[in-house]
Design a binder for this molecule. Structure first.
Ligand SMILES: [Zn+2]
Length: 129
């Protein structure tokens, strides 16, 4: 399976095990950028509340390696979980703004990361082998 197929499996498993309350859609783009201090810079991914759920956009260019793609998806998914009940947010994943990466965010990220990499999540899903 390719990296996109395996990320889809991961996203579905996350949705089952750690529901956000909304459907989560993964969209792949060749390249993603965001504006930061007047410059366009490449990013790995971002996560946005849209009308019908949550959209996670992933950069094919930045997330070619499965390990990188899994960590990026888990990172974005942790944002999606934090936004439970809030109406709309947008987050450029590589800026590491303090507003978006609170201790509560890292605790959530850590829980997902532990499940996937250390508590058998990856083996159960048979991805990233
Ligand atoms: Zn982030």
């Amino acid at each position: 399976m390719n990296v996109q197929e395996e990320c889809q499996i991961l996203a579905e498993a996350l949705s089952d095990k750690f529901p956000t309350g909304w459907p989560v859609f993964i969209h792949w783009h060749e390249e993603l950028t965001c504006y930061h201090e007047g410059e366009r810079i490449p990013i790995y991914a971002d996560c946005t509340r849209i009308k019908k759920g949550i959209r996670i956009r992933m950069s094919r260019k930045k997330c070619r390696q499965k390990r990188v793609a899994f960590e990026t998806l888990i990172h974005e998914y942790a944002h999606a979980m934090e936004w439970k009940g809030r109406r709309w947010e947008h987050h450029p994943a590589n800026l590491d703004g303090e507003r978006d990466h609170t201790p509560a965010f890292w605790a959530q990220y850590g829980e997902l990361y532990e499940w996937f990499f250390h508590q058998g999540g990856r083996q159960t899903l048979e991805i990233g082998q």
